[in-house]
Design a protein around this ligand. Structure first.
Ligand code: ADP
Ligand code: ADP
Length: 235
């Protein structure tokens, strides 16, 4: 059974004539990174927001471990699904520690458990806790803020990560470092990940499997990076 299963998922935004996502079917096995790659506006972000139920599908079904997300309790979804976006949107008036603690606090973990978790996560993403926990987001570089975004998404140890151009706004050298570090981390974490990018090189580097999407999220090619490289789409 796939960890994440999309069954003919449709999303039509109110007022728009064409759907953003049209009958998208995907199966993502546990522990794999599926990269969604495709042009701007093809529905990649919409697909992620459907999976974590920030928006509701207009048709089809989304199952996590066989359970329909529309029936899952929202707290449970937040615990299970980490979400990282390009403009990481840290809360500016909260310290780094408080930002990382967002989901554990929502889940009402006790203070000691939260402190230990925050320090562990700062270490995990390569920011020494004693130096960073009490800083504010404005004191961080773009790359450091993105690390904090990853740490926040890992807050309650989700089994699923949805990553929407997580390294997109970062300079190329730092981006490459973050990609490599994230892949190393993933070797231990074995999260099930849907990773969105419009950069085919990043897709080939990060993906266990790649779905190349066209308009309305129609799948044009779906394969391993090796096979995508060997058999490029012809137009
Ligand atoms: P991508 O992530 O691939 O760039 P999106 O999922 O953001 O694509 O958008 C897919 C389509 O849905 C686009 O045509 C976009 O304009 C439209 N869209 C996205 N969000 C909304 C919204 N909240 N309301 C209406 N239309 C939207
Ligand atoms: P609040 O409702 O307390 O204002 P938000 O909705 O702003 O909190 O969410 C805070 C953080 O939780 C966000 O930065 C986001 O990363 C994460 N989050 C929110 N909703 C979800 C979700 N459905 N799945 C995963 N993460 C989420």
């Amino acid at each position: 059974q796939a960890k994440i299963h999309l069954d003919r998922v449709v999303k039509k935004y109110p007022g728009s004539k064409v759907p953003a996502v049209e009958e998208l079917t995907l199966d993502i096995p546990e522990g794999e990174i599926l990269v969604l790659v495709g042009p701007s506006g093809c529905g990649k972000s919409t697909t992620l927001r459907l999976i974590n139920r920030m928006i509701e599908p207009s048709g089809g079904r989304i199952l996590l471990d066989g359970e329909d997300v529309t029936k899952a309790n929202p707290d449970k979804l937040r615990r299970r699904i980490g979400y990282v976006i390009q403009q990481v949107g840290l809360f500016p008036h909260h310290t780094i520690a408080d930002n990382i603690a967002t989901i554990p606090k929502m889940l009402k973990w006790d203070k000691k458990r939260i402190t230990e978790r925050v320090d562990y996560l700062l270490d995990t993403v390569g920011l020494p806790p004693e130096q960073y926990r009490d800083r504010y987001p404005r004191e961080l570089s773009g790359g450091q803020a993105q690390r904090v975004g990853v740490a926040r998404a890992l807050g309650a140890d989700p089994d699923i990560m949805l990553m929407d151009e997580p390294f997109g706004a970062i300079d190329p050298i730092t981006r490459e470092r973050l990609q490599n570090e994230f892949l190393r981390l993933q070797e231990e974490m074995h999260k099930t990940i849907v990773f969105v990018t419009h950069d085919i090189d990043e897709a080939i580097k990060m993906g266990d499997r790649i779905a190349i999407l066209g308009e309305r999220s129609t799948i044009r090619q779906y394969d391993t990076p090796e096979r995508i490289l060997a058999y490029p789409v012809d137009d």
